[in-house]
Design a binder for this molecule. Structure first.
Ligand SMILES: *Cc1c(COP(=O)(O)O)cnc(C)c1O
Length: 476
């Protein structure tokens, strides 16, 4: 053996540890399955929140090798037992997650096979899956098949892609930035402001539109503002509506905003990251009228379709506007991207190499069909009403009848802001069910957001009991 061969062989003796043997794989999987099965079975009586902080250095890398068994134990103690538990049906704060099991199966498969789905050439059928899902969403939201779309990591990146397209369509750059105006609801998700900064629009003029008494954009005021701004020589180019705001779940008057956008030549973007998929519930579909007229929309399957975190989708009607920033042909890619059709996912996103995340939606849709998703969404809407009824019976004041599954309430005590804050702290100490808070018209309110597929009528009964306990402690 010459020296080179010997060195290679010596290194192989060490590096081969990265390819576990069949029996090692079996053992790993068995341990992992045991842990995940127990986790799921324990969920219904696990707390939804624990305020316990992380043990210092517990997660540090160790110099000696660890067994999977000991790492799972550590995971259970440090990760699974602390903080908010998005997998729990008792998570009713912020916008809940979920994490349907069959998505996890897809993720496993995707990671083992590690297909490359940034461009069509490398995995045509993997890319086809992304297109099948995007076409399904185009159909759902009344977008034309000529629209482009992308499965991104979440709503923030999906919104970033849409806003970049709006910027490029209207050539908002250089001197034009300072005179350009974007119209927003003050309740828009903060990832919008973040995206604007990232894409160089920090210095555009942001015009916050007053809301009506149900936290929706007042379309008359919007139109007045646009007219006035144009008279002043400004350049209105973008209006952003929400199909379900984070704070109150409000759906802006989409159809009216579409009329106004068309009349004044503005790009109309809709953030439906939280609420968009409620369009699947036939009896409330009419609330989304006008969504089909938007230039771009964002929806989050890791919210409204109960997937584990890591999937947000964007649809944009104007393909060229998206391509302006996202298409780049490097020499070293010449054999990979010779043909333009079907659309390469990398041409609609800042990502080149991406997680094969389409499978985590495709597999559940194929395995379960769409009906359980529809039923689950409708169930969440009804549970919201059920929760409100229970709170009213306890003497709480309620926010307006909700558009979707976010609502808020407060107890009418003497110093209500202070009282409800103390009440929420007590609820967090209890932790059986997790609720968050917000400020609506200077009032501190407790907020419910019902979106986890594991939130059931028993969960709401538990929440009401927990609130009753805390309330009795405070007023007795
Ligand atoms: C959650 C949310 C976002 C942000 O999406 P991420 O998936 O968290 O990045 C944007 N808009 C709305 C309305 C949301 O609820």
């Amino acid at each position: 053996m010459n020296d080179l061969t010997k060195r290679i062989k010596d290194l192989h003796a060490i590096s081969c540890a990265l390819e576990p043997s069949a029996s090692e794989r079996k053992t790993y999987l068995k341990q992992l399955l045991q842990y995940s099965d127990k986790f799921i079975e324990d969920l219904s009586h696990m707390k939804a929140f624990s305020g316990e902080s992380a043990t210092p250095n517990a997660m540090n890398l160790k110099s000696e090798k660890q067994s999977l068994e000991s790492l799972l134990e550590l995971y259970d103690k440090e990760v699974a037992a602390k903080g908010i538990k998005p997998a729990s049906g008792g998570h009713l704060g912020y916008i809940p997650g979920g994490g349907i099991y069959t998505s996890a199966l897809a993720d496993y498969l995707v990671d083992v096979t590690n297909e490359y789905v940034g461009i069509n050439f490398s995995c045509p059928s993997g890319v086809a899956i992304e297109h099948v899902l995007l076409d399904w969403m185009k159909d759902l939201f009344g977008f034309p098949s000529s629209a482009v779309g992308n499965l991104a990591s979440g709503g923030s990146i999906a919104n970033l892609i849409a806003l970049t397209a709006a910027r490029d369509k209207h050539q908002v750059k250089n001197e034009r930035i300072k005179n350009s105006v974007i119209y927003l609801s003050p309740q828009v998700h903060h990832c919008i402001q973040k995206a604007l900064r990232i894409i160089g629009l920090e210095d555009v003029q942001i015009s916050y539109i007053d809301l009506d008494d149900r936290s929706r954009i007042n379309a008359d005021i919007l139109e007045e503002r646009i007219k006035k701004d144009r008279q002043k020589g400004l350049y209105p180019f973008l209006v952003i509506g929400s199909a379900g705001t984070t704070d109150t779940g409000a759906i802006d008057p989409l159809d009216r905003i579409a009329d106004i956008s068309k009349k004044y030549g503005l790009w109309f973007h809709i953030d439906g990251a939280y609420g968009g998929f409620f369009i699947l519930v036939d009896r409330i579909k009419a609330k989304f009228k006008g969504i089909e007229r938007a230039d771009s929309i964002v929806v989050d399957p890791h919210k409204g379709l109960f997937l584990p975190y890591g999937l947000g989708a964007v649809l944009v009607k104007d393909k060229e506007a998206v391509y302006h920033s996202h298409v780049y042909r490097a020499n070293y890619m010449q054999d990979a991207v010779s043909q333009e059709s079907p659309v390469h996912p990398a041409d609609v996103s800042p990502e080149l190499t991406k997680h094969f995340r389409s499978l985590r939606l495709w597999l559940p849709l194929q395995l379960h069909g769409i009906e359980p998703f529809k039923a689950c969404l409708d169930e969440k809407l009804l549970l919201t009403h059920y929760f409100r009824d229970g709170l009213q019976a306890l003497g709480f004041e309620l926010g307006p009848d909700p558009d979707l599954s976010v609502s808020y309430f407060w107890y009418p005590a003497k110093d209500p802001n202070k009282f409800n804050k103390i009440l929420l702290e007590a609820l967090h100490r209890d932790g059986e069910v997790f609720l968050s808070s917000t400020i609506i018209e200077d009032r501190f309110v407790i907020r419910m957001a019902i979106l986890s597929f594991r939130t059931k009528i028993e969960t709401i009964d538990k929440a009401i009991k927990m609130i009753e306990r805390a309330l009795n402690d405070l007023i007795s």
